[in-house]
Ligand binder design. Structure first.
Ligand code: MOS
Length: 743
């Protein structure tokens, strides 16, 4: 085994290489915009240069003279598209041409789309389209004149009398933190290709939710969902940005229908900053009251989040921050701040990344105040239940701390800030916890098992880089008792049975649970008992004997898996039931803090920073993370997930921020040159420790999900390390050297 393929420990699967690895490294993997269509026309988006106001006129005379132009679509000629509500659309539609008409609600809003024989002609026509605007002064973000505030109307845990407990506590901490706007910036752009065959539409679009794409596109066009086929074989990065109905999909489909020709849209990188969602900027006020021994009697967390004018979107991570330790009493609140911006959306670990950053930074500040080791502070507040009395299904936080601390060499840390030094480099060691709710949703799958020992698994899952095909294949191989190379897994197509959105780190748990169910049904049909003994080692000849006994060459099973935490009818609709179902494009995710027990994956991250005493330059030479997340399906893909996530965590701490021009409510650094991210030279040693954990309560496969765990807490670990190096506490992300030089 090499570092990339860690030796499986208890309750861990083999480090099988990804089934699609060869396709990806050889460039054979086809992404949505690579899918061939016959004689496509090419589209180019025109987006608004103002953030607030209205279109007063459209002059397309010059644009129409560009050779090869086929059509120009604006709010004036797209009335066929249906309006969708926020809940139907999930963020995108409120900024759509068809919902807003001439109204401009944010900078970069789609106002027109040109279509031509070539991409270049479409682009030229887009540049020649003259749109006039009546402009109003926009409100950009927190503290801008004209923003309004509303209650987020999200769960805000309360228990005991947090105010009284705070007042009575001998040690008090009151601190505020803020996090910036961030954009997902997946390398694959936000493309859409639409192709009609009679009244049958095929949409090729990178998607984290095939049945959402299918159903919402149908709703937008006012056609039946069975007329839409959605295809998304691979997704080149998503991180939440490809999970929702988009403002572009219906427009491209309408253009293709109007022109009677397939239309292909590949928007530009900068357009991606405003035609998709983003992580909104947040603010946090935290109050902690503790005893001298570190036991926390009172935890209060207020959050503020920016959103668009019409949508009350928020991530409201107090639901998590208030429950992670055995606080005596808690009180929380979340307020949304409405500005002239596009609606934000999910971005990797949406609630926990900003809210746990605040919690874990505050705990470090409390440890300093108490002159306590930050790990010991967490140990003192480790608990088998939260302040409301709800218990954990399993909790391995301190195991993660102990293993990570050992690997990191934490015992050699000298606690005093600035006390560890290597020449002009100030050395800082910091740590923080990672938490992520265990989600699961209703899912369906079809498995075919042939007498020759080969199997095929069909699920409309999403290969967004996580390795879902591989772990689904491993599940089938294990349950059917055959080697992995005899399992074919197909995903990314709405002709396969639906599974939930690939979000909230539920996909492995949901898909593997249903595939396991289908495989077990097949094995039961094949005669059960004597076959089961072969599971794992898989002598195929026994299986063949069972097939011949049954007199068939193939056994096929379709399965529906509905976990306890969602409604029993989550897969299909009962006739007069108003709740949308999986087949209709609505996933029903449950778990986390909403079940009978608290279900969370956890980890501990340790970071070494080196800060140059003269220049303030910040380096991160070492990262160690230990994580426990129930069953690990594949130690190789798990390590990759954690590694990428922690690198992203460093990015959120030191690099990433979308800067906003406050006068114009416009994103300034809307490109990959100015939007800072870590490159290879920024990341040096990185160690991932997989801590064994078994949890039979959470779901049939015992998987907690790891896609979003690793980048939670990293930012706090980095800023805690920066404090330890310098004695300077930066409470506003990202930490860049100018902040160290001016404080
Ligand atoms: Mo992830 S932000 O839940 O797609």
């Amino acid at each position: 085994m090499n570092r990339a393929a860690p030796e499986p420990q208890a309750n861990m699967g083999q480090p099988e290489p990804r089934l699609e690895a060869r396709l990806k490294v050889t460039g054979e993997a086809r992404y949505a915009s690579d899918m061939p269509v016959h004689n496509p026309a090419f589209a180019f988006l025109v987006t608004s240069p103002i953030a607030k106001g209205a279109i007063t006129g459209i002059d397309d005379k010059d644009a129409r003279t560009v050779p090869g132009v086929l059509g120009i679509f604006t709010h004036e000629n797209t009335a066929e598209l249906k309006k969708l509500s926020w809940s139907q659309g999930g963020g995108g539609p409120t900024t759509s041409i068809q919902d807003l008409g001439p109204k401009i609600q944010h900078d970069g809003q789609i106002v027109a789309m040109t279509v031509a024989d070539t991409f270049e002609a479409a682009r030229e026509a887009a540049y020649k389209l003259k749109i006039s605007y009546q402009e109003e002064i926009p409100s950009a973000t927190f503290d801008s004149p004209g923003v309004t505030q509303t209650d987020a109307k999200k769960p805000t845990p309360k228990a005991g009398n947090a105010e009284a407990a705070f007042n009575d506590a001998p040690v008090k901490l009151e601190v505020a933190y803020s996090t910036p706007t961030q954009h997902h910036n997946p390398i694959e752009l936000f493309t859409t290709t639409a192709s009609w065959d009679g009244d049958q539409l095929t949409v090729y679009e990178p998607s984290q939710f095939m049945y959402g794409l299918k159903n919402k596109t149908a709703a937008r066009l006012g056609i039946k969902p069975d007329k839409v086929h959605a295809v998304s074989p691979f997704v080149g990065g998503a991180f939440g940005s490809k999970s929702q109905q988009t403002p572009r999909t219906g427009l491209v489909a309408l253009a293709a229908r109007t022109l009677n020709r397939p239309v292909k849209l590949v928007p530009t990188r900068d357009q991606g900053f405003t035609i998709a969602t983003y992580r909104a900027e947040t603010r946090h006020a935290i109050k902690i009251g503790a005893a001298e021994n570190g036991k926390i009697a009172s935890f209060q967390h207020d959050g503020w989040e920016v959103t668009s004018r019409p949508d009350n979107y928020s991530v409201a991570g107090v639901e998590d921050s208030a429950r992670m330790y055995g606080f005596g009493a808690v009180k929380t609140a979340v307020t949304t701040v409405h500005a002239d911006r596009n609606t934000p959306g999910f971005m990797r670990s949406p609630p926990v990344v900003p809210y746990i950053y605040a919690l874990e930074s505050a705990l470090d500040e409390l440890a300093v105040k108490l002159k306590m080791d930050p790990i010991e502070l967490r140990r003192v507040n480790d608990s088998n239940k939260d302040a409301t009395g709800k218990e954990w299904s399993s909790r391995s936080l301190m195991k993660c701390y102990d293993q990570a601390a050992e690997a990191f060499g934490w015992s050699r840390r000298s606690a005093e800030p600035g006390s560890m030094r290597d020449g002009n480099w100030l050395i800082g060691w910091g740590c923080a916890s990672a938490f992520y709710p265990t989600h699961i949703g209703a899912a369906t799958a079809r498995v075919k098992f042939n007498a020759d020992g080969h199997a095929r698994v069909e699920v409309a899952a999403h290969e967004i880089g996580t390795g879902v095909m591989t772990v689904v294949g491993q599940t089938a191989a294990e349950r059917l008792g055959i080697p992995l190379d005899r399992v074919e897994v197909v995903v990314g197509d709405s002709n396969y049975p639906p599974v939930p959105v690939a979000g909230g780190s539920n996909q492995t748990a949901s898909c593997c649970s249903v595939v396991m169910k289908a495989c077990d049904a097949i094995m039961a049909k094949l005669g059960g008992a004597n076959i089961k003994e072969t599971v794992g080692s898989g002598p195929v000849k026994d299986v063949a004997a069972s097939f011949s006994k049954l007199g068939v060459s193939t056994v096929e099973e379709y399965a529906e898996f509905v976990p306890d935490v969602v409604k029993p009818n989550a897969v299909t609709s009962l006739v007069d039931d108003p709740i949308k179902k999986l087949y209709e494009g609505s996933p029903s995710l449950g778990g986390g803090s909403h079940g009978e027990k608290l279900m969370y994956a956890m980890g501990a991250e340790f970071i070494e920073v080196r800060v140059h005493a003269l220049t303030g330059e910040i380096r991160v030479p070492r990262i160690v993370g230990a994580f426990a997340a129930g069953r690990i399906m594949n130690t190789r893909t798990a390590r990759s997930q954690y590694m990428g996530a922690m690198i992203w965590g460093v990015s959120s701490a030191l690099h990433e921020a979308t800067d906003i021009d406050k006068r114009n409510a416009r994103y300034v650094n809307d490109n990959l040159a100015d939007y800072m991210i870590p490159v290879n030279a920024d990341i040096q040693q990185l160690e991932v420790i997989l801590v064994p954990e078994q949890d039979n309560f959470i779901n049939p496969v015992g998987v907690k999900g790891i896609g979003e765990l690793g980048n939670v807490g990293t930012a706090a670990a980095v800023t805690n390390a920066v404090y330890h190096a310098t004695g300077v506490r930066i409470r506003e992300l990202p930490v860049r050297l100018e902040k160290l030089l001016t404080t």
